[in-house]
Ligand binder design. Structure first.
Ligand code: FUB
Length: 505
């Protein structure tokens, strides 16, 4: 009975919001730098540096005319060379690519996606949500699509990854070459080589909030909840994202705000629509609660338009929080979304905009000396342009001999960062991995090429990997670890993606 009433209320709210939907009638240019995407409504950004050295993001698209969570039906990709100017590469996947017979209905929706490069291909992970009339709750799982370029159409290759449930898949590649998928109710598993199924059991991530909370008000807020089963990580709701910095794993997520978000209350006991984060030493957890990465949207924004209700921006709190993080040439950036553009396009900031007409914003993340991330300062201006003058790639040698399975290159200047490494193994038939270490054979592992004879055959001996923290003047150690005969030589080992390529006209 309770579920039926909830269902009726939900339907009622959807139709009321559709009726009350304001039109996007204001065509004047938006006056600020944030949001960075201003010609359509974009949400749930998942940013990553790709092999062309540009920052790419895939986003959900919110509807221009009848916005609801139920008719989110496509994904776009965007790229930038400087974090400020973004090119829209258009729609790369639509609901009709997933389910050809139900192209425009509101039963199916595509929510927050993620995209990653691996072994010459781009993989798009996305949640499918089915909410058929009469169903008590939505059914959700993760699917995978692939493309040979992030600006081109993706093709669904796995309509449902076995073992997935829930929304918001997020991919994370670790320095040892292992790729993790975080999804649904804080679940995690490793992806197999084919990127379409798991190679490990699914584990629930321990966020450990209760053990480290020393803030009494916060503790009271969560422990007062009736659902004691969620006591372990009580404030997790959705939007998982993992990033790694100086060897530490940072996992951020959207907190459970329930229906308590009210535009203008600062009640300290109200559950907040935050992005909180936990940190730890393993992508599997356990992690310890570490604080808030992004406060509720519109909180503490300096300057700009003010709401009629008080001294804050009109879109304050008018949105759920969703965050993706990328490091780009020395700075970490949080990608999130607000309804600021909607507020502008509807009535020039006179009201808060629409909950489901969101737009991607970017701001820098700052850390304290102990490595804790500080709450991001949400700005109207957005990020400063990034200027990069170093070469796109650094070839270490035309042919490098491996001695005792190792090749060393002294004092290589990796500048402000190189994001990928590749080399060719001409002899072909190897099984193992090529590790890239900085400064000594035991020094920081920044990436690992996972090698199989099959992969080498497909790519004519080429092997590559994304890398992290490869910057400054460093000694480079390439170390082969594997079974059978080690490769004798590496052809053209190189770091690349150290500066952004121009787009083809
Ligand atoms: O955009 C649809 C849903 O809203 C996402 O999947 C959630 O993370 C929230 O942003």
């Amino acid at each position: 009975m309770k579920q039926t009433i909830t269902w009726i209320i939900a339907l009622l709210m959807c139709s009321l919001s559709a009726i009350a939907q304001k039109k996007n009638v204001n065509n004047k240019p938006y006056p600020y730098g944030n949001p960075v995407i201003r010609h359509l409504y974009s949400a749930d950004a998942a940013p990553r540096v790709m092999p062309d050295g540009r920052v790419w993001m895939v986003t959900s698209i919110d509807d221009e005319n009848k916005p609801t969570y139920n008719n989110m039906h496509s994904y776009h990709t965007f790229s930038s060379a400087d974090m400020v100017n973004w090119t829209d590469h258009g729609e790369v996947l639509h609901l009709r690519d997933v389910i050809p017979n139900e192209p425009e209905g509101e039963d199916w929706a595509l929510w927050a996606p993620d995209m990653i490069y691996k072994d010459g291909k781009y993989y798009l992970y996305f949640p499918i949500r089915i909410l058929k009339e009469g169903q008590k709750s939505a059914i959700t799982w993760t699917a995978v699509a692939v493309s040979d370029h992030p600006a081109r159409r993706f093709k669904v290759i796995q309509p449902r990854i076995p073992g997935t449930k829930g929304i918001d898949p997020a991919v994370f590649r670790d320095d040892d070459g292992e790729t993790y998928l975080y999804f649904g109710p804080r679940l995690v598993a490793t992806l197999a080589n084919n990127m379409t199924e798991f190679s490990s059991p699914v584990k629930t991530l321990e966020l450990d909030a209760t053990k480290t909370l020393d803030n009494e008000a916060f503790r009271k807020m969560w422990t007062g909840k009736s659902d004691n089963k969620k006591f372990n990580s009580p404030n997790y709701m959705e939007a998982p994202w993992m990033h790694k910095r100086n060897g530490i794993y940072y996992f951020n997520y959207h907190t459970q705000y329930g229906s308590d978000v009210k535009s203008h209350t600062d009640d300290p006991t109200r559950r907040k629509s935050h992005l909180d984060y936990s940190i730890g030493n393993s992508p599997w957890g356990p992690l310890n609660y570490a604080g808030t990465l992004n406060k509720e949207l519109g909180i503490g924004v300096d300057g700009g338009p003010r709401s009629a209700q008080g001294d804050f921006v009109p879109w304050r709190l008018t949105q759920s929080n969703h965050g993706g993080i990328v490091e780009y040439h020395g700075k970490d950036y949080l990608f999130y979304h607000t309804s600021a553009l909607s507020s502008w396009r509807q009535d020039e900031f006179k009201a808060e905009g629409t909950w489901t007409q969101r737009s991607v914003c970017i701001d820098e993340i700052q850390y304290d000396e102990s490595g804790h991330a500080l709450p991001v300062k949400q700005t109207l201006e957005g990020p400063a342009p990034v200027e990069i003058t170093q070469a796109f790639d650094i070839v270490l040698a035309a042919k490098a001999q491996l001695k005792n399975s190792q090749a060393v290159f002294r004092a290589v200047n990796l500048g402000s960062g190189y994001y990928y490494f590749d080399t060719t193994l001409p002899q072909g038939n190897h099984t193992g991995k090529l590790e890239i270490h900085l400064d000594s054979p035991e020094g920081m592992l920044v990436g690992t090429c996972l090698v199989t004879p099959e992969k080498l055959r497909i790519r004519q001996g080429l092997t590559d990997t994304s890398i992290r923290d490869a910057k400054g003047q460093r000694d480079i150690y390439l170390i082969w670890k594997g079974t059978g005969t080690p490769p004798a030589t590496l052809e053209n080992p190189r770091f690349f993606a150290g500066s952004p390529k121009k787009l083809n006209p």
